[in-house]
Structure formats: C-alpha cells, structure tokens
Design a protein around this ligand. Structure first.
Ligand code: HEM
Length: 206
C-alpha cells in the first residue's frame, strides 16, 4: 500500500513539474517555438506559421489537461470520495486525448525529420487512440481491472513529449548525433518505451 502511495506521489511530482514546464516554455518563454522550429529545414510542405502555432497552443493546452485529468483519476482517495468526479473527469481525459490527436494530426506532416518523423507521429496517434478507446470499452463492460490496465497504457502516452525530448537530448548532446536524427530516434524510441513500460507496471501490480 505504502509503495503504491510513494509511486503515485512520484508520478504526481513528475507530471505536475512537466505541466508547469510545458506551459511556461510554450506560452511564455518561447511562444514562437523558435528554438524548436529552427531545426525544421528542407520541409516538403510549406508551413503556415500562425496556423501551426495556434494548433500547437491548443495541442499543449489539451495535452496538459489530459495529463492532469489522468493523474487525478489514478488517485484512490479521489475515486473513493466521488465516483461521479472520476466519471466526469474520465470524459475530460478522453476529449482531451481526442483533441491532442487531432492537433497532432495537423502537425505530423510538418514533423522534424520529414516523412519518417510524420509516420512515427501517425503511428503514435493511432496507437494512443486505440488504447484509450479500449479503456472506455472495458469500463462500459464493467471490467474494472482491465479498464485500469488500459488506462495505465493510455496515460503513458501523456509522457510522449517528455520522452522524445529526453531521448533527443541524449543522442544529440550525449552521443553527438545531428539533431534531426536524434529527434527521429526520439520519436521511435518513445513509441517502444511507451509500449513496454506500462506492461512492466501492470505485471508488477498483479
Ligand atoms: C503531455 C503530452 C504532450 C505535450 C506536453 C506535448 C507538447 C508538444 C509541444 C510543446 C510541441 C512543439 C514542439 C516541442 O517543443 O516539442 C509538440 C509537438 C508535437 N506533438 Fe506533442 N505533446 C504531447 C503529447 C503528444 C502526443 C501523445 C502526440 C501524438 C500522439 C503528440 C504529437 C505531436 C506532434 C506531431 C508534434 C509536431 C512535431 C514536429 O513538428 O516535429 N504530442 N507537442
């Protein structure tokens, strides 16, 4: 029980810090995404900057809402206090995931790394959508255990951006690979990790 509480506390700290970082970085420090966009060279499609930026703002906002809503719904204390909150907040999570996927679908064709990067993001979109819908289907069937496991798998995808940047930094600054290659490794590396890590957590929970 204590181990579970510690794990949840750790998850809460990491998620909260990442939400604050994402909001401060993208709406305040670098609202024009100049650092990120400086790596986009030789794009096949011309990027409409004002539209791209507005889509990115919506993307970040709903990604943060999904991260917070998911975090609150994993709290046993909140669940025991109000199932109604859990249910409403669950729909907030699902709608947020849909909006993150939708905005991601707009940005994917302009992904850093070109076609390969786009394909990675499209795969991420499809996998996340499928997993989240499975979580919904299972609770509609009143399969609590299965619902929880699919939600663990789904929530992992809220860490996509964090993982991509961690892996990119490791390969770019740590191993000296060019940024675009490191970013592409980041996209595919995160897909692999996001599928493996929840599986380990679920097995340990049993
Ligand atoms: C909490 C979760 C997430 C946050 C905070 C977030 C945030 C961001 C931010 C700030 C950007 C702009 C570039 C950068 O600085 O990285 C971005 C780009 C992007 N994100 Fe997300 N994101 C999240 C999850 C996701 C997920 C789950 C997907 C796909 C299913 C996704 C797809 C994309 C795409 C396609 C781009 C454009 C990439 C590019 O132009 O190379 N994001 N995201």
């Amino acid at each position: 029980m204590n181990k579970r509480k510690t794990l949840y506390g750790l998850l809460a700290v990491v998620s909260t810090l990442f939400i604050i970082h994402s909001l401060v970085e993208n709406y305040w420090i670098d609202p024009g995404a100049t650092a990120f966009l400086s790596h986009k060279t030789g794009l096949k499609r011309e990027l409409n900057l004002p539209v791209w930026l507005n889509v990115m703002y919506v993307h970040v906002a709903f990604a943060c809402i999904a991260m917070l809503a998911g975090l609150l719904n994993f709290s046993n204390r909140i669940f025991e206090k109000s199932r109604r909150f859990h249910r409403i907040n669950g729909y907030v999570y699902i709608v947020s995931v849909l909006l993150v996927v939708l905005t991601s679908g707009y940005m994917a064709p302009y992904a850093t790394g070109g076609r390969i990067g786009s394909m990675g993001f499209n795969a991420l979109n499809l996998i996340w959508l499928f997993i989240t819908m499975m979580a919904l289907v299972q609770i509609k069937r009143k399969q609590m255990g299965r619902h929880r496991n699919w939600m663990i798998r789904s929530y992992a995808f809220c860490f996509t951006n964090m993982l991509i940047h961690l892996i990119t930094t490791l390969f770019h600054q740590g191993f000296g690979l060019v940024y675009v290659t490191s970013y592409t490794i980041g996209v595919y590396g995160s897909i692999v990790l996001l599928l493996i890590i929840p599986g380990i957590i679920i097995r340990r929970n049993r």
